[in-house]
Design a protein around this ligand. Structure first.
Ligand code: HSE
Length: 330
């Protein structure tokens, strides 16, 4: 889906309330998109990191962004250029509430360009904040097209494998983009995730440009066998099947070149007992599934030490799969 046309979307909620001075603070989680073999169709949310949006209703129609922290000045305060305000504006248009005044504070609590769905976390936090302020009790999935619009603005393509899990929580399959068909999948409760972000810049826009445009039938067969195996493993709570299905012959061979010592890190993680290892989203973050917290901690620690030894800074996170999605902080 190259361009999302949402001008005609009529949100089920019409002219909801929300009084001047009311405010809300919302956290939305980071996400691991692709999950190795499911390019653009699979993703899951984690407990940390994530972003926070504080939104207030003001008496002056229009959206302002008064503060952004944690972004080293990289994100625009101009509401016409910021993915949070743009997606919120699309939502307001769909419910015929462009008359409302809003002020937004965005607190980035996760690295930008990390492959952890940084722009999605911000966008989803913003959309969930306005939904909460207006008392919109429709299903959160109704916000998905607006969140995808933010994604399209952030990286030139409106994929949903970050925004859908950030918005709905849990493990999500995008079965189809046209029409949009998003399915929440079960997962073993004891599946842990070790994430390491090597501090090198890999913009999603560029990481999408380098992937192959044509694929061999034999590679396609391998890939859809693995996707089906992963989804079966999730339903069957079969962690071995999940692990052996998480292989990517289409995208990883190309994108791994952008990640320092990718194959060395994979070997280290597998030797320490990882169930699987791969690129998170478009990278440079990498992640491993494990059967327990201890193994996940050992893996993040080992990979971070390795990155330090080759003079690359990093962040490490250990989490289970976050089934809750965004949450109101106050
Ligand atoms: N599926 C997307 C990609 C996720 O791999 O380009 C990026 O955030």
């Amino acid at each position: 889906m190259e361009n999302i046309d949402i001008q005609d979307i009529k949100h089920p909620l019409q002219r909801a309330g929300g009084g001047v001075g009311e405010s809300v603070s919302v956290f939305a989680p980071a996400t691991v998109a692709n999950v190795v073999c499911g390019f653009d169709v699979l993703g899951f949310a984690v407990n940390e990191p994530g972003d926070e949006v504080i939104m207030r209703i003001t008496d002056k129609p229009g959206i302002t962004i008064s503060k952004i922290t944690g972004d080293d000045g990289r994100l625009p305060l101009n509401p016409a250029k910021n993915t949070v305000s743009v997606s919120v504006e699309h939502y307001l248009r769909s419910i015929d509430r462009l008359d409302i005044g809003l002020d937004i504070e965005l607190h980035k609590k996760m690295p930008i360009g990390s492959g952890l769905g940084s722009s999605s976390a911000s966008t989803v936090a913003g959309l969930f904040a306005i939904k909460t302020l207006l008392g919109d009790d429709t299903d959160p999935s109704t916000l998905l097209p607006f969140a995808m619009k933010g994604e399209e603005m952030a990286c030139g393509h409106g994929h949903a494998d970050n925004v859908a899990p950030a918005l709905l929580g849990g493990f999500v399959l995008i079965r189809s983009y046209e029409p949009l068909d998003v399915i929440r999948l079960p997962h073993p409760a004891d599946l842990w995730c070790a994430i390491v972000f090597p501090d090198v810049d890999v913009p999603t826009r560029e990481a999408r440009q380098i992937i192959r445009k044509n694929i061999q039938m034999k590679d396609a067969v391998t890939q859809w066998g693995n996707i089906a195996g992963l989804v079966s493993g999730l339903f069957m709570q079969d962690i071995d099947l999940i692990g052996r299905s998480m292989k990517d012959v289409l995208v990883e061979p190309v994108r791994s070149m952008l990640i320092p010592d990718f194959y060395e890190m994979r070997q280290m993680a597998m030797e320490l007992g990882a169930v699987s290892f791969g690129i998170s989203g478009s990278g440079p973050s990498v992640f491993a599934f494990t059967r327990d917290e201890e193994t996940a901690k050992r893996i993040t620690s080992k990979l971070q030490k390795h990155l330090t030894s080759i003079k690359i800074g990093s962040n490490g996170y250990v989490s289970t799969i976050n089934d809750a999605g965004p949450r109101v902080l106050g």
